[in-house]
Write a protein that binds this ligand. Sequence first.
Ligand SMILES: Nc1ncnc2c1ncn2[C@@H]1O[C@H](COP(=O)(O)OP(=O)(O)OP(=O)(O)O)[C@@H](O)[C@H]1O
Length: 390
Amino acid sequence: MIEASSLTKRYGSLRALDKVSFEVHRGEVVGFLGPNGAGKSTTMRILTCFLSASAGTARVHGYDVFDDPLDVRRKLGYLPQRAPLYGEMNVWEYLSFVADMRGLDHSLFKKRMKGIVEVCGLAQVLGKDIGTLSHGYRQRVGLGQALVHDPPILILDEPTSDLDPNEKAEVIRYIKEIGKERTILLSTHNLSEVEAACARAIVVSKGRVVADGPLDDIRAKSGKVRYVITVHEKKVFEGGDGYRSGARKPPTAQEVQEALSGLPGVTSVTELPTGDSAHSFQLLGALGGDIRPELFQLVVQKGWLLLEMRRDSQSLEDVFKALTRGDERKDRGRKLITDDLDDEDEASAAADDEDEEDEDDDSAGDEAKDGRDGDEDEGAEEEAPAKKKG
Ligand SMILES: Nc1ncnc2c1ncn2[C@@H]1O[C@H](COP(=O)(O)OP(=O)(O)OP(=O)(O)O)[C@@H](O)[C@H]1O
């Protein structure tokens, strides 16, 4: 449904995308992950025909984003980072306006609205001015506008940024619902959202794809497995049994740490924050083995009171950090275009750079014109639609 092939994008001397390639298949909800400045929005804006690539190709639902932008736009709904909303319109008027722009006749729009209102949770606010809505509701309206023409593919650029935790959870719930029948590419910084909504993720760092696959495969990328063990620090049982009796003294954190570090296969032991009455440690070990039996034996032998023991592959967050380490907002170290341009790239770079000097996030729609498609009106439609008079 989405196919990006060696997409490269230069902004002046900065190579924002460097041969980005991936595919998204029918029915998938794919997380598009990366730190600030990794190139997520740039990729999404190319896929949605708001920006032209400096090199490479992209197809959406079989249509080329450069050659067939109108067909591409018919097949996809796009929620940019800042949803294109008009504060003084009420929700119904706004969605009806978007439907007009999409060429939907009114009866079809009304029919569609039933589903959209339900799936985006808009029933309570249809008559309210958008300017008076909370961020969470505005994002739901943004989702609604992306769905008006019933597209099979949705591209959502950080739809939950700026939302409070409750609003985030709500919007993710609606995205999951929408994802039952559609293909979705969802960019976010929030790893728990990816874990909640997606089975697969693509991780980008410094303009390159550094991981692409099912979440479990990405978690396993570190090749390490994590154990968490928590023992009680001073538990005394009613009947006098527990640490107070016999030789069993409450263990100190140092004692526990040393004993855990001595287990075979353990590569690192880190203390985790806990309440006052427990010692908790994270252990890293090789993916192949399982040291839980040895852990259990150690606990028994030492007479510790075990509160928790679990084993999981490293968290997505750990792997994400490892994969994108050194990717900084300021683009330090990002490859400059003069590094390794081929002749063709170099010839077009100067012209592209001139075109792109004026680009900023609010000038959507003015970029798909550098010789690839030139369809400016359509480009302006989604991200900054011209408002209808009257
Ligand atoms: N119009 C532009 N002109 C010049 N540089 C740009 C422009 N848009 C983006 N960039 C740069 O390109 C790189 C990729 O930006 P992009 O917005 O695609 O990243 P992102 O992963 O979406 O980041 P964020 O999560 O912060 O939105 C960044 O270094 C950014 O500063």
